[in-house]
Design a protein. Structure first.
Length: 426
């Protein structure tokens, strides 16, 4: 007999089936035992006599044969797709036993360190598992939206000969005796592909050695990027908002503000003066989100024209005021979920920009080839998958939105446990 998926058992009323899965819950009522069996398609109530139930515990893996039958009317569970049926077990085969659980996996009332220390187990919790089904949908929406805009999806390396953004916040790699880096973003590679495909999208891992521990930063993230040729700044903002609205499923027109306009609004709304700051802090982002909700009924808001000196070397300065750049962030529910800019596409200007950041153009020879031999006006942006997931679901910490998060304190296991001296020294 072939295996029947739990989600399909409603089609086999009155018939014998074989189901397999994990024991979600065991409920003993003396002469009868109920098991909630879980597989990838759902949960099914199984009715067993005590002899068949034996010593079965939660998370044991079972193969059960029995008859699909209607549940008594008072036993129907409207919260389950299989809530109108149950399986009357005739035989049970134990495929794998499980140790006694260290905590209640159903309620999962544990601290964040415990949640991550037992990650292979806690990911089985229904609510935790659903985080990553939502994340899968976010990725699908990005891919569909970028495809609708004519992007070719490309795949780029995550080991580079140079630091993408410059600066010291990079992970160095011993590459066969040579120096290399884990890429901070796919930026240089996606720009190189504009003369090839004109419009490209990228999904890749990115690495930042930022010495910070916050609820919104990780050392390794998944980026969803686009880069477009033959576009101006206004067109880039339209493209950015098209994909952003597709990802979060919004149809509201997105308000746009320059950094200085946003800071002035924050000052007028709250009395807090950040008008000379070079970026928006977390409190600023939340304040401007609340303004966008109140004035425009929008969870999204676009902020433009950040100081040129605070953006990456390839960012185009505004010709009307070079102190500020043709750059932008997209905020969602009070946090930045995307960043990008119009890029410098002139070879000589780009070389000058590299030198102005005290970097060596020779370290960017392959990248610069694309500009030396004809690069159209272009630009793009990058969404953070974990950050978007956190904001959509209202999670308290971005680590909850990463299957196996990387930060200053963790590479699967906590470094404070494995290497206390090294971490303390750092």
């Amino acid at each position: 007999m072939l295996r029947t998926l739990i989600g399909e058992t409603t089609k086999y009323l009155g018939q014998k089936v074989r189901v397999s899965g994990w024991v979600n819950v065991v409920r003993s009522h003396g002469k009868i035992v109920f098991i909630d069996l879980r597989d990838r398609t759902g949960i099914l109530q199984v009715v067993l006599n005590p002899d068949l139930a034996k010593d079965i515990k939660e998370e044991w893996v079972l193969e059960i044969e029995g008859i699909v039958q209607k549940r008594p009317a008072k036993m129907i569970n409207p919260d389950l797709e299989t809530g109108k049926v149950e399986l009357s077990a005739e035989s049970v085969k134990v495929l794998s036993k499980a140790d006694v659980l260290p905590f209640d996996l159903r309620d999962l009332n544990v601290t964040l360190p415990t949640l991550l220390d037992f990650r292979p187990l806690t990911l089985r919790n229904e609510k935790v598992r659903k985080i990553f089904k939502v994340q899968e949908e976010i990725m699908e929406r990005f891919r569909q939206a970028s495809n609708d805009l004519g992007c070719t999806e490309i795949f780029v390396p995550t080991i580079s000969a140079s630091a993408t953004e410059g600066g010291a916040e990079v992970f160095k790699v011993d590459y066969y005796g040579y120096s290399a880096y884990l890429t901070q973003s796919p930026q240089l590679y996606k720009q190189m592909m504009v003369p090839v495909f004109e419009r490209v999208s990228v999904v890749t891992h990115a690495y930042r050695a930022e010495p910070s521990i916050t609820t919104r930063h990780l050392s390794e993230v998944i980026q969803m990027d686009c880069e477009f040729g033959f576009v101006n700044f206004a067109e880039l903002l339209d493209l950015l908002e098209f994909i952003g609205k597709a990802i979060v499923e919004s149809e509201i027109k997105v308000p746009r503000l320059t950094l200085r306009e946003a800071q002035e609004i924050i000052f007028q709304e709250t009395g807090r003066d950040s008008r000379k700051e070079k970026d928006l802090g977390p409190e600023d982002e939340m304040d401007i989100y609340q303004w966008a909700r109140k004035k425009h009924n929008s969870d999204l808001v676009t902020i433009t024209h950040f100081p040129t000196a605070k953006r990456a070397f390839y960012t185009m300065p505004d010709s009307e005021n070079p102190e500020f750049s043709l750059s932008y962030d997209l905020l969602y529910k009070g946090a930045e979920i995307c960043s990008g800019s119009q890029r410098i596409n002139d070879y000589d200007q780009l070389v000058k920009a590299i030198k102005s950041r005290e970097m060596e153009p020779k370290n960017f020879e392959m990248y610069l080839q694309s500009f030396k031999y004809g690069m159209p006006p272009e630009g793009g942006f990058s969404f953070g998958l974990e950050r978007i997931t956190k904001q959509i679901l209202g999670l308290e910490n971005i680590r909850e939105a990463s299957l196996f998060p990387r930060d200053m304190e963790r590479i699967d296991q906590r470094l404070s446990i494995l290497q206390p001296k090294k971490l303390a020294k750092k």
